[in-house]
Design a protein around this ligand. Sequence first.
Ligand SMILES: Nc1ncnc2c1ncn2[C@@H]1O[C@H](COP(=O)(O)OP(=O)(O)OP(=O)(O)O)[C@@H](O)[C@H]1O
Length: 349
Amino acid sequence: MSPAAPVIRFERARKEYPDGTVAVDGLDLEVFEHEMLVLVGPSGCGKSTTLRMANRLVELTSGRVLVKGEDIATSDPVALRRRIGYVIQNVGLFPHRTVGQNVATVPALLGWDSRRTRDRTAELLELVGLEPAIYTRRYPHQLSGGERQRVGVARALAADPPVLLMDEPFGAVDPAGRRRLQQEFWRIQRELGTTVMLVTHDIDEAVRLGDRIAVFSKGGRLEQLADAVNLLARPATAMVADFVGAGRAVRLLGIGELTAPDLEPVPGAAATDVALSAPLLSPAAALRVGSRLDDAFAALAASGGRAVPVLGDDGAVVGQVTPDGLLGALRRMTADVDEGDAADRVVAG
Ligand SMILES: Nc1ncnc2c1ncn2[C@@H]1O[C@H](COP(=O)(O)OP(=O)(O)OP(=O)(O)O)[C@@H](O)[C@H]1O
């Protein structure tokens, strides 16, 4: 298979439920290897139905779904589901099995020996931030909601599935915990290279996690498929513009990073003196090259709009960021997608 070959491919996929509801209509969509593709859209727009078509929890009315080039209609659904990990909102852990046994579900079905299973279980619990010595023997009711979701992710990753389907996987977690889980999951996905298709109704989660984002509207219509910057800077339809909302510029700040060209030289005093005398208001950490733009914005707001020093890798001050520099960074992010004055429009909006 060539690197560009899709791992999952929907071809004119359609689902009409027996009561006549058309949940997904004529969907063409590809998910590429190592990619995190996020499906987002309002309630009832067919996201879960689309996801569940890929492991045959929902059978298509017409069209095809191919996984690694194979039409899944001809493959054994049970074997298919062992190859494809599936994580749902309420996790669905087995309540009478320990965390260790839950994580080992698929390895047990695949007949792994106990040592390999034990090693893999410990490795995965560690990966999702649960100390194996503490958690392996606990039962699901002895965990917090966030811990249960981590176990759900570990269980889905246990057999190292080439593809992971996730339906609102962080939905049951409070906002702060959710953000942390998102970041950790993003890191794990990058590390393992797992191909992921993830459903959410939360546009912020979508732009934070997705390499590409598919926006659906009612009736399972694919409105736009784009990376986060393109989606935010250039919504293709009125529905997408409405869905990504008026906070588009703020969301761009949340995904962009401060780079060296965004900085200005520190005038006058020695750079280190500037760092020491810099206002240490709300942001706990100093700004660095690579800091997120929303952290830079927070630092500028805290300094009353005055320039804020920025550190390089070695901790020395390499320049300062100003309000103009921050706006410049936003324009740089949108420059590839917006010819002309559209970037100004985004910054203003
Ligand atoms: N078994 C079913 N029988 C009939 N209609 C169904 C069935 N399952 C889902 N639907 C309908 O299909 C449409 C798409 O549902 P789906 O669950 O795929 O949407 P969704 O985008 O995942 O929604 P949400 O974000 O609320 O979970 C909805 O109108 C829903 O009511």
